[in-house]
Design a protein around this ligand. Structure first.
Ligand SMILES: Cc1ncc(C[n+]2csc(CCOP(=O)(O)OP(=O)(O)O)c2C)c(N)n1
Length: 518
């Protein structure tokens, strides 16, 4: 067995069954090894940012890492923004980065670069495989590292000669570190805070936003009077009818501050303490009111649902069912197509079990309310603020859950970063409905221009935030990559096209022509 075969065999034996790949010369032996290991499915992505974003979506939905095959430093660099989002999501993910043969590196060939430095910027674990005899065991360690609770990026750098040299062997899986149980003492301290009766918010994040955790948290809120909020950009939030609803902490720091006004105690169940996304002149860096005490019930690597369940028992909410959200959908809208009427159509038609990949940005303002009472679904957000995530994320979610419909909600500017994901949607015939909110602007930045206090009247500045001249024809882009596409100009059109896309298997794209915001 050569090193590449040992890596591929070990991945499959460790339960890694998908590899999002954009290979080059140094990865040819790994590419060839995939034919010898049919349990490991290679999925071609036409840009590395698609491969890494897809692995993020896959990992969020399965709890298991996908591998990505990336070509030396430049390939990894192209994938870094979505690896950054995956790091923020705490997704288990296993980039395999090919490198020059060990003896070739000293010649400083054109693709030579500092892969270790690039990998280190997003990875919790990095290993450069030194010889083919180690390829299997290094791979098994990488899988265990990726799975280490709560999940992290574990990067394996694979020199070309390691892949083609024989004498390698597959290695057995290694048990990863599981979520840590929260000590009774900590749960007791948090229960005491809740019993104190002062205004308290429980901020839920990570695995605290799954159904069982939400039910326990909702019981705690019912019995103690604490309020629940969800972190602003959750990796995966289970929501919809029958699941206790939780509002998200707002993106804008002054709105988040008003949600938290008067709070004396903030209890963290999964997330870090909230901060403002950016600094602005004259605005605070944190939305927490002065004097608010922060208590950590559970850190991201802890057993967050378990801690909430124990807390519910301790405060006498063990049998309380929580307050599940009622089934409630908006009417199918009529009239002008706006972000608001589009949200109503989505709320009216969202299929049960849908996985929503949300990169709608400013067009997404009305989505949470419109979909709160839709049948149960998962909501995946832009965790790290690096746009260009939504279409790749949907790719991975669809491959992870082939029996569930996926809805990618994309704003036009963000879609263009990784638009080649549509080609993979078509090639793999993924059941993804993509909605492009086409407002022909970087609309959020027109708001941010004002919020930062920068002068707003310059025509050059305005033109850098405007996506017209020329208008982007997303139906033509989609058709060119094999995805059936249509354009909606009224709310009724949009609803009809959405209904059709949900009813037919395979990928579809709908360009929602919104009033221009440029
Ligand atoms: C990787 C990356 N590059 C640039 C940015 C800066 N940025 C933030 S929002 C934005 C424009 C978003 O426009 P669009 O996706 O059309 O959404 P809209 O604001 O119109 O709702 C840009 C360029 C970013 N967040 N991430």
């Amino acid at each position: 067995m050569n090193g590449a075969q040992a890596v591929a065999r070990t991945l499959a034996d460790c339960g890694v069954t998908t590899c999002f790949a954009n290979p080059g010369t140094s990865e040819m032996h790994f590419v060839a090894a995939l034919d010898a290991v049919p349990e490991l499915r290679g999925v071609l992505c036409l840009f590395e940012g698609v491969a890494t974003g897809a692995a993020d979506g896959y990992g969020r939905m399965t709890g298991r890492p996908a591998a990505t095959l990336l070509h030396l430093g430049p390939g990894l660099a192209n994938g870094l923004a979505n690896l950054h989002n995956a790091r923020r999501a705490r997704t288990p993910l296993l980039p395999i980065v090919g490198d020059h043969a060990t003896y070739h590196k000293r010649f400083d060939a054109p693709l030579e670069s500092d892969i270790d430095a690039l990998a280190g910027s997003v990875s919790g674990w990095v290993r450069r495989c030194a010889r083919s005899a180690d390829a299997g065991s290094d791979t098994a360690e990488a899988v265990a590292a990726a799975l280490r609770a709560p999940g992290q990026i574990a990067t394996l750098i694979l020199p070309a000669d390691v892949t083609w040299t024989g004498g390698a062997a597959a290695a057995a899986p290694i048990a990863p570190r599981l979520p840590t149980p929260v000590p009774d003492e900590v749960i007791g301290q948090v229960a005491a805070v809740l019993r104190g009766g002062e205004p308290t918010v429980i901020l839920l994040g990570g695995t605290g936003l799954r159904r069982t955790a939400l039910t326990a948290a909702s019981g705690v809120a019912q019995v103690t009077g604490a309020r629940l909020l969800a972190e602003t950009f959750a990796a995966r939030h289970e929501r919809g009818a029958g699941i206790p609803p939780v509002d998200r902490l707002a993106y804008l720091v002054e709105m988040a501050a008003s949600q938290l006004a008067g709070t004396r105690h903030l209890i963290l169940a999964g997330p870090s303490a909230p901060v403002s996304f950016f600094a602005y002149p004259d605005k605070p860096s944190t939305p927490l009111p002065a004097g608010c005490q922060v208590h950590v019930l559970a850190e991201p690597g802890d057993d967050v649902p378990g801690a909430l369940a124990s807390l519910a028992d301790l405060v006498g909410a063990g049998d309380a069912p929580g307050t599940p959200g009622p089934p409630q959908r908006p009417e199918v809208p009529d009239g002008e197509l706006t972000a608001q009427t589009a949200a109503s159509a989505i709320g009216a038609l969202l299929p049960e079990g849908a996985i929503v990949c949300d990169e709608a940005n400013t067009s997404g303002l009305w989505l949470p309310a419109a979909t709160a009472g839709a049948p149960p679904h998962d909501w995946l957000s832009l965790t790290g603020g690096a746009i260009g995530q939504g279409l790749p994320l949907a790719t991975g979610a669809a491959l992870a859950c082939p029996d569930r419909p996926v809805l990618a909600l994309e704003s036009d500017g963000s879609a263009m970063y990784t638009v080649s994901a549509l080609w993979t949607h078509a090639r793999e015939q993924l059941d993804i409905t993509t909605v492009i909110f086409s407002n022909r602007a970087y609309a959020i930045l027109t708001m941010e221009l004002e919020r930062t206090g920068a002068p707003t009247t310059g025509t050059t500045a305005r033109s850098l935030l405007d996506l017209s001249r020329p208008d982007i024809d997303f139906t033509a882009l989609a058709a060119g990559m094999g995805v059936p596409a249509s354009r909606a100009t009224t709310a009724a059109d949009f609803a009809a096209q959405l209904e059709r896309a949900f009813a037919e298997p395979g990928p579809h794209l709908i360009e929602a022509a919104l009033p221009p915001r440029g």
